[in-house]
Design a protein around this ligand. Structure first.
Ligand SMILES: [Zn+2]
Ligand SMILES: [Zn+2]
Length: 270
């Protein structure tokens, strides 16, 4: 489905949204959980294009619901996998792979309890070895549709990025911001230091100019985009996380369901 000139939200992808930028050389922003490769290739063919024209699979961050089909797509189309260098590590052969988790993290018990269902799914989903062919840093631009500029927005993960398409002006917020339809919100995070980092990242986006925002989950936003991003960063983020969990229990369940079937997940934790 074309949501802006040359910008397509690929239908039927499980996990995260996958957005295809259609140009002479095409880019895909995020690709859902594993097993979506064929559906994405079919969509490219339905546009009358050769899957080999897919030049880049750009990952907003390493999480399996965004990166699961990246290796598959590389094999099917030859596309280069692109991620921020902080989302990668070298294996013992010197190959650059996407990280599979945050080392040494031990969330508090109530968080593990709250995420039990999601975590069960995480085990089902397997993190595959995903080679990153093009590690990028803040400010780099991919030559697609007038340029896709990498903006490093650490917080949700260390190497989260919010790529900004220059023409049309579309900002990809990944999981750094969630669209709850009635309002924008920040993702659920138990670590206060990370929350502060995310907030600093989001404040750095305030002065951008975008006419559309795409999210890792939920529908795109087409009205008052930057005003709403600014309003989000005006709101305090310091409420206790357990309260956020209780307030958003149903939304978390919906997220878990959306990773199993083609998603119409239209919300997230506040
Ligand atoms: Zn995520
Ligand atoms: Zn996600």
């Amino acid at each position: 489905m074309e949501i802006a000139p040359g910008v397509h939200r690929v239908p039927g992808v499980t996990g995260s949204n996958a957005v295809l930028l259609v140009d002479r050389r095409m880019a895909l922003v995020d690709c859902g959980v594993s097993g979506n490769g064929e559906a994405i290739v079919r969509y490219i063919r339905s546009l009358g294009r050769d899957p080999k024209d897919l030049a880049w699979v750009v990952l907003t961050h390493f999480h399996f619901d965004h990166s699961g089909s990246a290796a598959e797509l590389h094999h099917l189309t030859g596309a280069q996998v692109v991620a921020h260098v902080a989302e990668t590590e070298l294996d013992h052969h010197g190959k650059r792979l996407l990280i599979k988790g945050n080392e040494g993290e031990q969330p508090p018990g109530w968080y593990r309890w709250a995420m039990r269902r999601a975590r069960r799914h995480e085990r089902d989903a397997h993190y595959h070895d995903t080679e990153v062919h093009q590690p990028v840093e803040d400010g780099q631009v991919l030559p697609c549709l007038g340029g896709l500029r990498v903006i490093h927005t650490p917080g949700h993960t260390p190497g989260s990025i919010c790529p900004l398409l220059q023409q049309p002006r579309v900002l990809f917020l990944g999981d750094s911001v969630l669209n709850n339809v009635d309002r924008l919100s920040r993702p659920l995070m138990w670590d206060r230091a990370k929350r502060r980092r995310l907030d600093a990242s989001l404040r750095s986006l305030r002065e951008l100019d975008a006419e559309m925002a795409c999210f890792g989950h939920g529908p795109p936003l087409t009205e008052e985009v930057m005003r709403r991003v600014q309003a989000l960063t005006d709101r305090p983020y310091d409420v206790p996380t357990w309260r956020i969990v209780l307030r958003n229990w149903r939304t978390l369940r919906r997220f878990q369901a959306s990773t199993r079937r083609p998603g119409h997940w239209e919300g997230g934790p506040r």
